[in-house]
Design a protein around this ligand. Structure first.
Ligand code: ATP
Length: 269
C-alpha cells in the first residue's frame, strides 16, 4: 500500500470551518476546485472555464496544507487519496510503472477524487543529475505520463493537489502541470488568535482569557506549533494535580483548575 489513505468524503472529518485563518486561500480553493467539482455543468460550456487539473500548495511546515487538502475533499464531496512522495520513492523502487497505473486507474473509479501528494518535491523534484536514482526518475516520468493521460472526462473530476515546503526543488515539468500555486503562509497575529480560538474552544479557561496576549507572544508560530503549545499548556494543571497528589483519582476532573495564560507562557519557555 503505497497509498497512505483513501477516505470517502463523509469520513474525512475536516471542514473549512475547522481551519482558522487562511480565508483568502479558502476562497481561491472554493473557486478553483470545490465549485467545479460540485457544479461541473457551470464549467462545461466554452473553453475558457476549464477546471484546473493540478494545484500546488506551498509554504512553511505546519501551516495547514494537509488540513486544507482534506477539507477541500469534504467540501467538494470528493474521495480523498493521499500519498507521500518520500514513501513512494523509497519503498517502491522498481515498480514505478505498475504502481502509477494502478493509482490512476483506481482514482478514475473513485472520481470525483482529490489525489493529495504530500512532499511532492521528493516524488517529482528537479531532475537530480548524475546522482539521481534511476527508479526515482522512472517513477516521476510514469507519474507525469499517467497524469497527462487522464481523459478530459476524468480530468474534470480528478484533481492532483501537491504540497511542498520546498517549491524551488520542483521540476519545471511539474510546475507546468500544477498551474495554480497557492502560498500557505504563517499566520499573522489576527490569524493566530483565530486558530487559538479553534483549538481552545472546548477547554476550561480562566475568565477573560487573553487570547490577544497569547497571539501577541507567539509570533512566528505555525498552526501546528500553536497546537503543540496548547497541548503542552493543557497538561500543566494535570501535572500539578499529580504532583500534589492530594485528591482521590475520581475527583480529578472536577478539581482541575482552569487554564491560565501563564500555562502557555511557561510552556513556551
Ligand atoms: P507539513 O508541511 O509539515 O506537512 P502542513 O502544512 O501540511 O505541514 P498540517 O499537517 O496541515 O500542516 O498541520 C499540522 C497540524 O497543525 C494540523 O493537524 C492542525 O492540527 C494544525 N493546524 C495547522 N494550521 C492550522 C490552521 N490554520 N487551523 C487549524 N489547525 C491548524
Amino acid at each position: 500500500n503505497f497509498i497512505s489513505a483513501v477516505v470517502p468524503p463523509g469520513e474525512i472529518g475536516v471542514r473549512f470551518d475547522d481551519i482558522g485563518a487562511l480565508e483568502e486561500v479558502k476562497k481561491a480553493l472554493n473557486e478553483l476546485v470545490i465549485l467545479p467539482m460540485r457544479r461541473p455543468e457551470l464549467f462545461s460550456r466554452g473553453n475558457l472555464l476549464r477546471p484546473c487539473k493540478g494545484i500546488l500548495l506551498f509554504g512553511p511546515p505546519g501551516t495547514g496544507k494537509t488540513l486544507l487538502a482534506k477539507a477541500i475533499a469534504t467540501e467538494a464531496e470528493a474521495n480523498f487519496i493521499s500519498i507521500t512522495g518520500s514513501t513512494l520513492t523509497s519503498k517502491w523502487f522498481g515498480d514505478a510503472e505498475k504502481l502509477t497505473k494502478a493509482l490512476f486507474s483506481f482514482a478514475s473509479k473513485l472520481a470525483p477524487v482529490i489525489i493529495f501528494v504530500d512532499e511532492v518535491d521528493s516524488l517529482l523534484g528537479a531532475r537530480g543529475g548524475a546522482f539521481e536514482h534511476e527508479a526515482t526518475r522512472r517513477m516521476r516520468n510514469e507519474f507525469m505520463a499517467a497524469w497527462d493521460g487522464l481523459r478530459t472526462k476524468d480530468s474534470q473530476r480528478i484533481l492532483i493537489l501537491g504540497a511542498t515546503n520546498r517549491p524551488f526543488d520542483l521540476d519545471d515539468a511539474v510546475i507546468r502541470r500544477l498551474p495554480r500555486r497557492i502560498y500557505v503562509d504563517l499566520p499573522d497575529v489576527e490569524n493566530r488568535m483565530k486558530i487559538l480560538k479553534i483549538f481552545l474552544a472546548q477547554e476550561y479557561l480562566e475568565p477573560n482569557f487573553r487570547f490577544d496576549e497569547l497571539a501577541n507572544v507567539t509570533e512566528g508560530y505555525s498552526g501546528s506549533d500553536l497546537k503543540n503549545l496548547c497541548i503542552a499548556a493543557a497538561y500543566r494543571p494535570v501535572q500539578e494535580l499529580l504532583e500534589e497528589e492530594k485528591v482521590a483519582k475520581s475527583d480529578a476532573s472536577t478539581v482541575l483548575r482552569p487554564l491560565r495564560l501563564d500555562d502557555f507562557i511557561q510552556s513556551k519557555a
